[in-house]
Design a protein around this ligand. Structure first.
Ligand SMILES: C[S@@+](CC[C@H](N)C(=O)[O-])C[C@H]1O[C@@H](n2cnc3c(N)ncnc32)[C@H](O)[C@@H]1O
Length: 324
């Protein structure tokens, strides 16, 4: 079982939701968007009646809640909207997006809700971060006649492979030492331009930075400029821009930029590692389904979600269960 939170570095998701309040965790724009939209349309097809309640587990800024509202399942006032996430920043984003909804900060392994109190319990790339037992916990809060539906990271699937590529690229960026090298080169460069410090020390720092930059170029050549959501490319371009105008930059601003990039890279790597740790293989999915059955739910569907032409390739799992 993956550790709680899928092994994310503390705050990795907070950092994400603080900066990306309006973008779901899956940046999207690709064919998976359509597959997910179809899945949620199917699951959310039956409108909830007045007084019924929906729980979005590991909600982030509420991608599933938005789908429910979009399909009319949860037309304003018809359903109580609840979202729970361990990251407080995610909960803030959820509350901002759904002012009538109830965003709760908490762990999916111990839901702070009564037994059988939600008509729809849903999660998109979320519940698996809390481990297999969280499926039993989600089943516990599913009401009679209610549904539990989840889209889950799949080991070896298209998203898993992308996360593995992103994680590998980020590990190479960290190992290149580009940020400490940039900090040192800028500091020495600024001193040299004021006639302070030794020019030889600046040249040595500059040479170390050049080596690191070549490594980053290697990462971009191997993984492409869009790897890690464009973070590596942005780092490279920012650096080139600043280095080309060394004298125009206050060293304190450059140091702040280095700190920011370091935090961003650590958080991004943490999220990728968490996604890789959370992904389930077929056996894991079977055990998650068994957790639901042990809590009295019947499995309606346990399948792959595939993307791409001609039947596509596996991208994720979907699990749909019902309480009679
Ligand atoms: C990939 S994001 C998915 C967010 C959202 N469902 C979406 O589709 O945009 C995973 C989310 O799971 C949350 N998370 C990780 N471990 C958790 C846990 N043990 N309990 C609750 N939320 C958790 C993270 O904070 C993060 O917001």
């Amino acid at each position: 079982m993956p550790p709680a939170g899928g092994g994310a570095v503390p705050g990795a998701w907070d950092e994400y939701w603080r900066l990306s309040r309006e973008t779901s965790a899956l940046k999207g724009g690709g064919p998976l968007d359509e597959v997910l939209a179809r899945f949620w349309q199917r699951v959310l097809g039956r409108p909830l009646s007045a007084g019924s309640r929906l729980l979005d587990i590991a909600c982030g800024n509420g991608a599933v809640t938005a789908a429910a509202v979009g399909t009319g399942t949860a037309v304003a006032g018809a359903a109580g909207l609840f979202g729970i996430d361990r990251a407080e920043e995610a909960v803030r984003a959820y509350r901002a997006r759904f002012p009538t909804g109830k965003g709760v900060a908490g762990d999916a392994r111990r839901l702070p809700f009564a037994d059988r109190c939600f008509d729809l319990v849903a999660s998109q790339f979320g519940i698996e971060y809390a481990g297999e037992a969280a499926f039993g916990e989600a089943a516990r809060v599913t009401a009679p006649g209610g549904l539990l539906a989840a889209v889950i990271h799949r080991t070896g699937g298209a998203i898993h492979r992308e996360c593995a590529g992103n994680a590998a690229a980020m590990a190479r960026v960290a190992a290149s030492g580009i940020l400490p090298a940039a900090r040192e080169a800028f500091r020495r460069g600024a001193a040299a331009s004021r006639g302070q410090g030794s020019r030889a020390a600046f040249r040595a720092a500059d040479a170390r930075l050049a080596v690191a930059v070549r490594q980053i170029e290697g990462v971009l050549a191997e993984f492409g400029t869009r790897v890690a959501g464009g973070t590596v490319q942005r780092l490279y371009q920012d650096l080139a821009h600043m280095f080309g105008r060394l004298a125009a930059y206050d060293p304190a601003d450059v140091a702040a930029w280095v700190d920011l990039m370091a935090r961003e890279i650590e958080a991004y790597s943490g999220r990728m590692e968490a996604a890789l740790g959370a992904a389930m293989d077929g056996d894991g999915l079977a055990r998650a389904a068994a957790q639901c059955e042990a809590r009295g739910l019947s499995v309606l569907a346990r399948e792959e979600l595939r993307v791409g032409p001609e039947g596509g390739e596996p991208a994720a799992w979907m699990l749909v269960c019902e309480r009679d």
